[in-house]
Design a protein around this ligand. Sequence first.
Ligand SMILES: Nc1ncnc2c1ncn2[C@@H]1O[C@H](COP(=O)(O)OP(=O)(O)OP(=O)(O)O)[C@@H](O)[C@H]1O
Ligand SMILES: [Mg+2]
Length: 278
Amino acid sequence: MADAIHTLAERPSAPAEPKLALRDLVVMRRTASGETITATDRLTFDVAQGEFVCLLGPSGCGKTSLLNVLAGLVMPSSGEALLDGRPITGPGPDRAVLFQEPALFPWLSVLGNVELGLELTGVPASARRDIAQRWLANVLLERWADAQPHELSAGMRQRAALARALAADPDVLLGDEPFGALDAQARELLQREVQRFWVGSDDRKTFLFATHNVREATLLADRVLVMSAAPGRLLEEFRIHAPRPRDLDDVLIARVVSEIHTLLMQEVDASVAREMAR
Ligand SMILES: Nc1ncnc2c1ncn2[C@@H]1O[C@H](COP(=O)(O)OP(=O)(O)OP(=O)(O)O)[C@@H](O)[C@H]1O
Ligand SMILES: [Mg+2]
């Protein structure tokens, strides 16, 4: 039985030609009280072109910090963050970010938000409307094109944000708990949308999502990276071989979920114990 599990989840070697690469990444943050915190500690991993990777780790282990570095919003304190082998020096149209709270402009319609995303990445005005409408149809929001973001449910707003991110055709989609604030139904719908897009596209994008949900990570990812408690280091990685769409009730998938969950909980418990001993 153990062999069967390891055909689904094994500790792989790093992919050969990374789209994204972190090399000994240290991110230090300074709190309001002047204390310096090490958010990630010599974190090293690669994400291959077209790979879907999910990051799991205890709260405060540096997931958002490392995503911000990859988005070009925060600079490394030491080490490197590389995109196609070149150091990341700022944000760019080659990367889109999905946040837990969709960052839509409230004064623009849903269609206007997607069109603005296209404008910012240099798509000519004549092409924007068609592309935006197609993407709204892809996320089942065609009928809501003229609505204002506040008229949408949380799940619909996140679908609009997904349409805006993907319409701009980035190479890399970074997600910081993008489904974390949604109810179970909306979350499942979005997970399906993301999978459908990722599996269905000819030129597969590179996805890196942070999540707190082990089932979600196992459902979506080619590879699940588990980070240690703060300061975040890479603790373990699991390659998930199961074909998509995946069924979480499948006994082997359920075992992978359980294996990752046990590891994560051990790390959470260890970090709580360390915190109490301080
Ligand atoms: N802007 C900031 N200023 C100061 N400290 C910060 C800042 N952002 C994060 N930190 C600190 O860096 C550490 C890592 O935080 P980060 O948000 O990256 O963790 P996380 O893994 O995303 O946590 P969560 O799972 O709760 O979202 C924490 O100790 C946090 O307090
Ligand atoms: Mg975070």
